[in-house]
Design a protein around this ligand. Structure first.
Ligand code: GLC
Length: 519
């Protein structure tokens, strides 16, 4: 019966591309909201709502509808604060910005040079409560709150707290998508007041020394998913569970993985206006131009034929920049060129920096967030590195595959689910994988990559990977046929959100509603 009614879905998230992004969360919120609307047809009320804080710098059209509302706020006058919601038509959904400058008109989304903001519980508490306040007065009533990561733990506290008996919010089901298990939004007991809560108040145990907002979301959501089946399995183990493995285990089959998709319209070398030349599976000649352009832009010799390996990511310990830093001297000695584009500040790139200064013709380290350069790197590199310590899904490897740049990844989480190792499966492989989070294992995978990319001249035996005709070059004398086939297979993988992921989320929404209504 549920299958035939029109569902109203609201996303509540701390990031959404292109308005606010530090990582993959932003891409997923944007692309998934759109894809769900597209595949659902009449099954979902449209537009889908996406709630986002109005951070500094988010411009809104002067005529965007704006409405003021009052929400409970422990620090507001008489316990209330007035803030605004601004509705902006998005590209396939309705963006709903919660506008409250004291909370969100700041240098960073989560913190500044001094670290996380000490009042984050208040900021995201207000955000979540405001989103629910907007929804509770609207028709049709919201059916599913699709919340993301720890920032939206307060949404569940409000639903199950002061809005428990609200006729709209009280019946709404929650699906929590965990993109990052490392950030918990830990709120010590002396800051619980920021959420208007205290130990022993009915929602917080009386002996609590604080609150883990991600755990709160996990425990209170009807369903919890993470962004790949591989990571969902890993997250149940102490090694990857970040202290939440038993909370996830306790969910039983109400915790599972749904592999992220990729926005294949946004990431398409055939239509990408930023890269130097466009190309597709049928004609990849543009990739050579994109390569020259990249080399020139990062200060290398554009005509250099040496293999170019690239890495892009947040400078976060998760991403394994330290493994690359340790492996880099050996790679440079093997005549590899390295292009590293890192954003944010939280990981140490120490030795990479020195190496870049010492060998500017071989290593380009660009420490900034640069959307356009990222596209040029995906298109221009020969291989793409993702030595992540853990990776719930990862976006870079999917983009790299689509741009004809075989990924070299650690076989963990979503990386293991999306990249097939060509050394193990030469006929179906799309990249190269390694198991240990060590520079040696990374180097070993790079060696296999190099054997495929540029086998020793004339080699078609063991040096080329031991496969028949492995080292034989194609007509232009540069690459081997098996390399060309590897690239082609990667470009052919269908990561479109609409194919698998969005339908899986639709099914999860229905299931979450059924669970909520049964309780
Ligand atoms: C986080 C995860 C990454 C995932 C992304 C989107 O950034 O670290 O693996 O792809 O969220 O779900």
């Amino acid at each position: 019966m549920l299958g035939s009614v029109t569902l109203r879905i609201a996303f509540i998230a701390a990031e959404c591309e292109p308005w606010a992004k530090t990582g993959g969360l932003a891409d997923v919120v944007d692309a998934l909201a759109r894809a769900v609307g597209e595949v659902a047809g009449g099954a979902v009320h449209r537009p889908i709502d996406v709630f986002l804080p109005r951070y500094r710098g988010i411009e809104v059209p002067a005529d965007a509808p704006r409405r003021r509302l009052g929400v409970p706020d422990p620090f507001g006058s008489n316990g209330w604060t007035s803030l605004a919601v601004v509705d902006v038509p998005g590209n396939g959904y309705r963006l709903r910005l919660i506008d409250h400058p004291p909370a969100f008109d700041r240098d960073g989304y989560y913190g500044d040079a001094n670290g996380d903001y000490p009042d984050n519980a208040w900021r995201f508490g207000l955000f979540g409560r405001a989103a629910l306040e907007v929804l509770r007065g609207e028709d049709p009533p919201v059916d599913v709150l699709h919340v993301h990561d720890w920032h939206t733990g307060p949404v569940l506290l409000a639903r199950d707290g002061d809005l428990r008996d609200d006729p709209v919010i009280g019946r709404a089901a929650a699906l929590l998508t965990v993109h990052n298990l490392a950030y918990h939004g830990w709120t010590p007991a002396d800051r619980l007041g920021q959420l208007g809560r205290s130990p022993g108040d009915g929602l917080i145990p009386s002996d609590a020394d604080g609150l883990d907002l991600l755990r709160t979301g996990i425990e209170r959501s009807e369903l919890v998913n993470t962004v790949s089946p591989g990571f969902a399995a890993e997250a149940l183990t102490p090694a990857y569970g970040m202290g939440l493995d038993s909370a996830l285990l306790a969910k039983g089959d109400q915790f599972f993985g749904i592999l992220n998709g990729l926005d294949t319209d946004l990431w398409d070398p055939a239509t990408d206006r930023v890269i130097a030349a466009r190309y597709d599976r049928g004609d990849r000649s543009g990739k050579a131009l994109a390569r020259r352009d990249l080399l020139r832009r990062v200060g290398f010799d554009p005509a250099d034929g040496s293999p170019v390996l690239a890495m892009i990511g947040r400078l976060d310990p998760q991403k394994g920049f330290d493994l690359l830093a340790d492996a880099a001297p050996t790679l440079l000695d093997r005549d590899v060129r390295l292009v590293v584009l890192g954003s944010g500040t939280s990981a140490d790139v120490g030795s990479l920096r020195a190496l870049g200064v010492a060998r500017p013709d071989r290593l380009a380290l660009l420490e900034r967030f640069d959307r356009d350069l990222a596209r040029r790197v995906y298109a221009g590199a020969d291989g793409f590195l993702m030595p992540s310590r853990f990776e719930p899904c990862g976006t870079g490897q999917m983009i790299a595959l689509r741009y004809g740049t075989p990924p070299i990844v650690r076989a963990t989480g979503g990386l293991r689910d999306t990249v097939i190792d060509a050394s193990v499966s030469p006929e179906t492989g799309t990249g190269f994988t390694f198991d240990d989070a060590s520079p040696e294992a990374l180097l070993e995978a790079c060696r296999r990559f190099l054997d495929w990319f540029s086998p020793e001249p004339g080699a078609d035996g063991p040096a080329a990977g031991g496969r028949r005709a492995g080292g034989r070059r194609t007509a232009d004398g540069r690459r081997t046929a098996r390399w060309e086939a590897l690239v082609d297979r990667g470009m052919a993988v269908d990561f479109d959100w609409r194919t698998h992921s969005a339908p899986a989320y639709l099914a999860a929404y229905r299931r979450a509603i059924a669970i909520r209504r049964a309780t």
